[in-house]
Design a protein around this ligand. Structure first.
Ligand SMILES: *Cc1c(COP(=O)(O)O)cnc(C)c1O
Length: 462
């Protein structure tokens, strides 16, 4: 399987190169040359597989790894989950919650980043290369990335967060990781300062090559691929339970990575009748699916910060399919978006039948947390609550609804308190953080300081 760019100007490359490349050289995102179709017989054979075996089966046609390497990789990646099922599906009132928060940092990003960390390590070992990952985080992605690569040979990770501006617990989830290859940098500035320092350092091609700098952002194809698996896993569980022949999913959405994985699963042949996209107040994607216009707005902070995104980096992948796999058309539309901040699809494009969308604002979020707890005794985190709130508007008598639960409620205890008036959300892992030793360096908001830190702590590779 080769990987091509959404903008059509990059030579096809192998899976492992796609993983190491991230963004395509033409500025587009990488996608498999074709999406493998799974027939009935194969679906039947997959139904009863346990999570790691299913993961290997789903990923196999996409990767250039030996069966043995792939099986070993997924096995190790999901061993770190506290729940043996990895992604259990729980009935809650009229729908099902797919719990994706049993990984090391209690958020769904672990599903992809545990896999990506092991995959990086395998590729680097084969190629005898080093990788220095630089990341900027406002909270969750940073800790999932750190836990994905901690202690791994040939990899160092440098994660910047804005000093004093993440929740204390989010900071502790990062700074309590003491492995030698992990460097936490508390920047005296905002998240935007961290991002602009990152961009400045990455824009120096010589420095980037010399220190083999890399990123772990959500455009990496391997992250999407790892997320395709749980759509199959959950659909099999629920179809069996309900004797149903298809399901629908509702996905709390930010960068469009998670729901795009569901789109790939549907295109592979998993019987998904509807993918319901759930936005908070930052609703650019809701407006696109509802009104057909993709137009940038200002970001407003909400109770579900991982969905506070106005430009969804993975959306371009969907556009590629929507525009009939025409890379030139994608490139032109993305240029228009960069110039004007707004695009609509050409009038002759076939209407979308798989996606639907809804919006859940702060009041909806709080109400969902409260009523779900009161009615069903089930505690939602605010991201999952946006999904739950929207999912309830798309219930169907004959098609079961599966709603993705993307974080453990204890990660967002304040929102739970605000919704219920009670201190209900705890998790032993988080409660234990307060007593752990930490390691973190403070840095001024200055790209030169970041550069100097990397020079002092990373070996030059070229
Ligand atoms: C990242 C994240 C999301 C959004 O996922 P995307 O792939 O960016 O759409 C939703 N909920 C939580 C808790 C997250 O961390």
């Amino acid at each position: 399987m080769h990987y091509i760019s959404t903008r059509g100007e990059t030579a096809p490359m192998a899976f492992q190169d796609a993983v190491m490349t991230g963004l395509a050289p033409d500025g587009g995102l990488l996608l498999p040359e074709e999406i493998p179709e799974v027939d009935e017989a194969e679906l039947d054979a997959w139904r009863d597989l346990e999570y790691p075996q299913l993961a290997a089966a789903v990923m196999r046609p996409f990767v250039d790894l030996s069966d043995e390497d792939l099986e070993d990789l997924v096995e190790r990646s999901y061993e770190s989950f506290r729940e043996p099922e990895v992604a259990p599906v729980v009935p809650v009132g009229p729908l099902y919650m797919l719990e994706l928060f049993h990984g090391p940092t209690l958020a769904f990003k672990d599903v992809a980043l545990q896999f990506l960390g092991n995959l990086f390590a395998l590729i680097l070992e084969t190629r005898r290369q080093q990788l220095n990952i630089i990341a900027a985080t406002s909270g969750d992605t940073g800790s999932a990335a750190i836990h994905g690569v901690r202690g791994k040979p040939n990899i160092r990770i440098f994660v910047m967060h804005p000093h004093g501006r993440t929740s204390p617990m989010q900071a502790l989830q990062m700074t309590s990781v003491l492995d030698e290859n992990v460097h936490n940098l508390a920047v005296h500035g905002t998240f935007d300062d961290c991002q602009s320092m990152l961009k400045t350092v990455f824009s120096d091609g010589v420095f980037k090559r010399r220190y083999a700098l890399g990123a772990v952002n959500s455009i990496n194809w391997a992250r999407i691929l790892a997320q395709v698996v749980y759509y199959f896993y959950a659909a099999f569980r629920v179809m069996e339970q309900e004797s149903a022949d298809r399901v629908r999913f509702c996905v709390p959405t930010g960068n469009f990575g998670d729901i795009f994985a569901g789109y790939i699963a549907a295109r592979m042949g998993l019987p998904i009748d509807r993918l319901v996209l759930a936005s908070n107040e930052n609703d650019i994607l809701y407006r696109f699916f509802d009104q057909g216009l993709y137009a940038r707005g200002d970001v407003s902070p909400t109770l579900s910060p991982s969905m506070d995104i106005q430009v969804a980096s993975n959306f371009e992948r969907y556009l590629y399919y929507r525009l009939g796999e025409d890379g030139g058309a994608v490139a032109r539309l993305m240029q228009t978006f960069a110039d004007t901040g707004a695009i609509a699809l050409p009038a002759d494009i076939a209407p979308e039948t798989l996606f639907a969308a809804g919006r859940g604002d702060t009041a909806d979020t709080l109400k969902a947390i409260r009523s779900c707890y009161e009615d069903h005794g089930y505690l939602l985190d605010p991201h999952s609550a946006v999904g739950y709130s929207v999912a309830r508007r798309f219930l169907h008598d004959d098609v079961p609804m599966i709603c993705l639960a993307t974080a453990h409620p204890a990660k967002f205890g304040d929102a739970v308190r605000q919704a219920t008036g009670r201190d209900l959300a705890h998790h032993p892992v988080l409660d234990a953080l307060a007593d752990l030793p930490t390691r973190c360096e403070e840095l001024p908001a200055d790209a030169a300081a970041l550069r100097a830190f990397i020079e002092a702590h990373a070996e030059a590779c070229a």
